[in-house]
Write a protein that binds this ligand. Structure first.
Ligand SMILES: NC(=O)c1ccc[n+]([C@@H]2O[C@H](COP(=O)([O-])OP(=O)(O)OC[C@H]3O[C@@H](n4cnc5c(N)ncnc54)[C@H](O)[C@@H]3O)[C@@H](O)[C@H]2O)c1
Length: 356
């Protein structure tokens, strides 16, 4: 079917702005057209021009262009709110990069204007299409491991935070807002309607004084599920990307290529463990299982296409689909981020959604 192409413009033509430009022009050309970009840094506008992309002299000119129906905001985090509000007030639909805002109060201001204008305001939670996440979600949804009671989701690097706005708190730097927002969104999507009872978080400052260069958080859900999320930037040996424990099995997914395995108990009754020597003692409890009582399976690796994100936005704008990334999901996510900071700064367990 031939669609009317939706005119798009990008504010903030840095790393991610360039990524959006490439995606719109190369992969979404059936649905959309890139009308132009604007960046406060003239050098970035010059780069756009060299690539044959129109650039605007300022944000006002971009927002005044009637051909622009959808604005993508890909600036540093601290200015998302003010640009989103100006774009909505200028009559534009908006995709905002993550994290949508620094606090829930700012988010509510944007949502109020989006609701008043009736325009789309959504957030680029692209990692809902990560294959590693979807693979673990499949195992969880199918209850493959029986009554999952612990999930661990980690992203670990060894380079600290990049030396740009990401390490400046006034620009919304730090790893909670950077990678954290993706992993926390995945945790909320995976666990669905469950409520989080408590949040405990540690913020780290190994390489950076200004803002967190990592964090570790444990979310305890109303059914007892413990979901651990970690983003750290001083790890020279990485732990697996995902680790999931159920009553009858364990799944590990090591990396973005989705290498890993599932190990299931096939004979719970087989308790004839032979004590082994372990360090300076012996143990029966920790004796490894023999091959007769466990079975190994491959991961049910899921395939995904990130382009579904943009396709959904365009279908929504044509009135054909509901939007996938909703206001309420963003509200909950930013409130969770606030709880993580509250716990991290106080060193205390914070109650969350209790009794809701
Ligand atoms: N969804 C993802 O996978 C993903 C990945 C990386 C970054 N991001 C997000 O994208 C956003 C941009 O990150 P980045 O890595 O591209 O940063 P970047 O520094 O590479 O680019 C940001 C650009 O915005 C420009 N800018 C700053 N203030 C501006 C303003 N008021 N108006 C117009 N332009 C302005 C800067 O000059 C710069 O060119 C951030 O919110 C970040 O969290 C998302």
């Amino acid at each position: 079917m031939v669609h009317k192409k939706i005119g798009c413009a990008i504010i903030g033509y840095g790393g991610m702005g360039n990524w959006h430009a490439n995606k719109i022009t190369r992969e979404m050309s059936e649905y959309a057209e890139l009308i132009g970009v604007y960046d406060t840094n003239p050098a970035r506008n010059q780069i756009a021009k060299e690539k044959g992309i129109h650039f605007y002299l300022d944000e006002f000119e971009l927002l005044a262009d009637e051909n622009v129906e959808l604005v993508v905001i890909a600036t540093p985090n601290d200015v998302h709110k003010e640009i989103a509000i100006r774009a909505l007030e200028a009559g534009k639909n908006v995709i905002c990069e993550k994290p949508v805002t620094m606090c829930s109060h700012d988010l509510e201001e944007i949502i109020a204007i989006a609701n008043k204008t009736g325009l789309l305001f959504t957030v680029h939670q692209n990692r809902r299409w990560d294959e590693d996440y979807l693979t673990m979600k499949k195992i969880f949804d199918d209850n493959t491991l029986s009554n999952v009671y612990r999930i661990e989701s980690r992203v670990q690097g060894s380079r600290g935070i990049p030396g740009d706005w990401r390490n400046q708190v006034e620009h919304g730097g730090g790893m909670v807002y950077d990678w954290g927002i993706h992993l926390l969104d995945q945790a909320l999507m995976m666990t669905g309607t469950r409520k989080i009872k408590t949040v405990y978080a540690e913020l780290t400052n190994v390489t950076n004084e200004n803002c967190d260069d990592g964090f570790r958080t444990t979310l305890i859900f109303d059914d007892g599920l413990s979901f651990y999320v970690e983003v750290t930037t001083s790890n020279f040996i990485e732990l697996p990307r995902w680790y999931m424990l159920g009553e009858n099995g364990t799944a590990v997914l090591n990396n973005w290529s989705c290498n890993g395995k599932i190990v299931m108990v096939s004979d719970w009754e087989n308790k004839d463990a032979v004590p082994i020597v372990a360090g300076a003692g012996i143990t029966k409890t920790m004796a490894p299982r023999d091959k007769d009582s466990i079975k190994e399976y491959p991961l049910p690796v899921q395939k995904a296409n990130w382009g579904e994100y943009y396709k959904n936005v365009f279908a929504y704008l044509r009135g054909e689909e509901d939007i996938i990334v909703t206001h309420d999901e963003q509200r909950r996510l930013i409130k969770l981020v606030e709880a993580i900071f509250a716990s991290g700064y106080s060193g205390r367990v914070v109650e969350f959604e209790n009794g809701l």
